[in-house]
Design a protein around this ligand. Structure first.
Ligand code: DC
Length: 681
């Protein structure tokens, strides 16, 4: 997951492969609350692991629910032992981040529990949570006899919920709730009021036209799984039968998130052209989520979608897409994705019935309008609609996208990077600010996107960092790659691994043909282990062996052989993948990536380098003399510089960086600042 201030997406031009969706946020948090209130233990499979579920889990733990994670052959399982409707903790301070799906239902449940069993609970969140309305829910709870204190602005969190043991609720009359601002208020009451249904039926009546009805369907569906059969009369009146009690169903499986699927359905419609469709696993035609109906909207714009149980396949159909006019009341979250698909349409797209966008993680109508304009679209917005006219080929612009701490803004606008498919005259990269915000529902979104998206190699930015041995380029390159979220190529490791493989196979260091054959078949994998980056050669971990002095010396010899160098060329080029690459070595800027966007040549005096190497060896418990090390270094420099092929030298357009006296952080900042100067944002 990218924990960086921005992530630059290069212009992208295709998509193929399979995406496995994370669990649904709406289902995860409802299931967690129900399991937490129920009698018995529920094994929850495929739970979403994200910011919004973490705050719910923390709240349940604080309330005394027992939570136990188990890694099984079928993935992670969470066992939740519920309270059986009885408070065991009567006072708590619960921080709920920006999770509406935690704030609203917990407020209702704790209000009725405190009012009947005694308690004092404070509910609060991030500043934006304190701007998201909850007054309609509070207005429904107070006439019941719940004590709800506004701790900030009336009608908004933070709230305090209080009560004395033995309190009684006025539940004989129907409980009225407004349904036209957020359906979460009704969901909250439906989830909470079975707790107080012992003596009589509880009736909830909805004032105003209920919005986002499919979310109420999810609530009713999950209540049924926990033993509560709510009677529904139209969308106006809901009855919880007397004596309803939550019973754990034993196990619950959380289906993939249908709103998260929307980005990949859109991606298929825009970028799966030619070959195979984009396959999406985790949600399909058997979904209980309303946002699955996004599929019909995408089809109306021209997508081709096949569906089965637990899967979807999306492919480009009509192209360009068709501009549409649609009332999106039934798919409020996924409709945001339509606003971005509109960039690829043949005319304007008008989405109506989206007033609820204004009270979500941010004012999504205003945010979407502002950011779509930045990439070049013409946008008209109103209280409850947005109309997007796509940019003409010359109007696309590179844009730094504000994400407003809203996961959906980040995921939606990432799709603007496919502008080459819209015929953008100037293919434009897209900068996503604060990419970590996707952690709310889809922490690995960008990894999933880059796993299926393709780019023209020439559009994938490359930063090369060349220099002599022990100049610190490996450390610098890794830090720069980390800061930008780019891939890393440690090209020296390829020569070191070739040397190692030659020893394993008994190939002589002078057998150029034999060594080239080994290099061409090099089965080398990189990954992360507990102590940083690791490498495996033919399945065997070789991280330490590769870094040893002996491997470096051998690499210096094999790398002087032209056939070995050319055998490793295609392997190195294959590292150039979205979102970008930082490559370090000797000839990255001169031979392998001569078109690199930024080339750095890193040096340090021989004395400094010998000292650094000495420190490194000492820290590994290997004794060495600085003088000997310096002689070795200079011999390797001479060999690397004087060989006939790809000698070590700065590229003509390289920027020189002597880090003899500067810190690693200083060098990283210098390279990032050079990089920023070359970006169009
Ligand atoms: O960067 P390093 O110390 O891991 O490199 C080991 C040897 O590999 C070095 O002596 C020169 C050679 N090398 C090369 O010739 N070209 C590269 N791009 C990287 C390394």
């Amino acid at each position: 997951m990218y924990d960086i201030p921005f992530l630059d997406l290069p212009p992208l031009n295709g998509a193929s492969g399979t995406v496995r969706l994370p669990g649904s946020k709406s289902i995860s948090n409802r299931v967690l609350l129900l399991a937490g209130l129920a009698t018995g233990t529920t094994a929850v499979h495929d739970l979403l692991d994200s910011d919004d579920t973490h705050v719910m889990l923390d709240a349940l733990a604080a309330l005394g629910c027992r939570l136990h994670h188990e890694d099984s052959a079928h993935g992670r399982v969470l066992h939740v032992t519920g309270l059986g409707g009885q408070l065991v903790v009567h006072e708590a301070d619960l921080f709920l981040g920006n999770a509406g799906t935690a704030m609203r239902p917990l407020a209702a449940a704790l209000a009725v529990l405190a009012a009947t069993q005694g308690g004092n609970f404070k509910l609060h969140g991030v500043p934006r949570m304190h701007e998201r309305p909850i007054g309609d829910l509070v207005d429904a709870l107070r006439p019941l006899g719940c004590h709800v204190d506004d701790l900030g602005q009336p009608g908004y969190p933070p709230l305090r919920l209080r009560g004395e043991a033995g309190g009684r609720l006025a539940s004989a009359r129907p409980i009225r709730v407004r349904g036209d601002v957020s359906s979460q208020f009704l969901t909250a009451l439906l989830l909470a009021l079975p707790l107080v249904s012992a003596e009589r039926d509880i009736v909830i009546e909805v004032d105003g036209e209920l919005i986002s009805k499919p979310y109420i369907d999810i609530t009713l569906n999950l209540l049924a799984r926990f033993g509560i059969a709510v009677q529904r009369d139209g969308w106006q009146r809901f009855t919880i039968p007397q004596g309803s009690a939550y019973r754990s169903p034993g196990a619950m499986h959380v289906e993939g998130d249908a709103s998260s699927a929307s980005y990949f359905i859109a991606l298929g419609a825009v970028a799966a052209h030619g070959g195979a469709p984009l396959r999406i696993e985790g949600v399909g035609n058997d979904s209980i989520q309303g946002d699955i109906r996004f599929v019909d909207a995408a089809v109306a714009m021209g997508a081709q979608v096949k569906r089965g149980p637990g899967w979807l396949e999306a492919h480009r159909g009509r192209w360009p897409l068709a501009g549409i006019t649609m009332d999106c009341n039934h798919i409020p979250d996924a409709a945001m994705t339509l606003a971005v698909m509109a960039l690829y349409a043949d005319g304007p797209t008008r989405l109506t019935g989206i007033a609820s966008w204004r009270v979500k993680e941010t004012d999504r109508i205003a945010a979407m309008a502002a950011e779509l304009r930045k990439v070049g679209a013409t946008v008209v917005e109103g209280a409850d609609f947005i109309e997007v006219t796509p940019p003409g080929p010359d109007a696309w612009r590179p844009a730094a996208i504000h994400t407003y701490e809203d996961h959906r803004m980040a995921m939606c606008l990432s799709l603007a990077a496919f502008n080459p498919l819209a015929g953008a005259t100037l293919p434009c990269p897209v900068r996503i600010l604060d990419p970590r915000c996707v952690g709310k529902t889809f922490p690995d979104y960008f990894e999933a996107l880059f796993g299926v998206a393709t780019a023209d190699a020439q559009h994938v930015p490359v930063i090369t960092i060349d220099g002599p041995t022990a100049s610190g380029k490996g450390t610098l390159a890794a830090a720069v790659a980390d800061a930008l979220g780019y891939h890393l190529l440690d090209s020296g490791a390829l020569y070191r691994a070739t040397g190692l493989a030659s020893q394993w196979d008994g190939v002589s260091p002078d057998d150029e043909t034999g060594l080239a054959r080994l290099a061409g078949l090099l089965d080398l994998r990189f990954g992360h282990g507990p102590n940083g980056s690791r490498a495996w050669l033919r399945g065997r971990e070789v991280s330490d062996e590769l870094r040893a002095e002996a491997a470096g010396l051998l690499a210096s010899r094999v790398s002087a052989l032209p056939a070995v160098r050319s055998a490793l060329q295609s392997l190195q080029l294959a590292f150039r993948r979205a979102p970008g690459l930082v490559a370090d070595g000797r000839d990255m800027g001169t031979v392998i990536f001569p078109q690199a966007t930024l080339k750095v040549y890193l040096t340090a005096s021989a004395a400094t380098r010998a000292e650094r190497r000495h420190k490194q060896l000492i820290s590994k418990g290997i004794s060495a003399s600085i003088a000997d090390l310096r002689v070795d270094l200079e011999a390797r420099d001479a060999r690397d510089k004087n060989r006939s092929v790809a000698p070590l030298k700065p590229a003509e357009d390289a920027l020189l960086l002597d880090n003899s006296t500067s810190s690693i952080e200083g060098s990283v900042q210098q390279v990032l600042s050079w990089w920023q100067q070359r970006r169009p944002f």
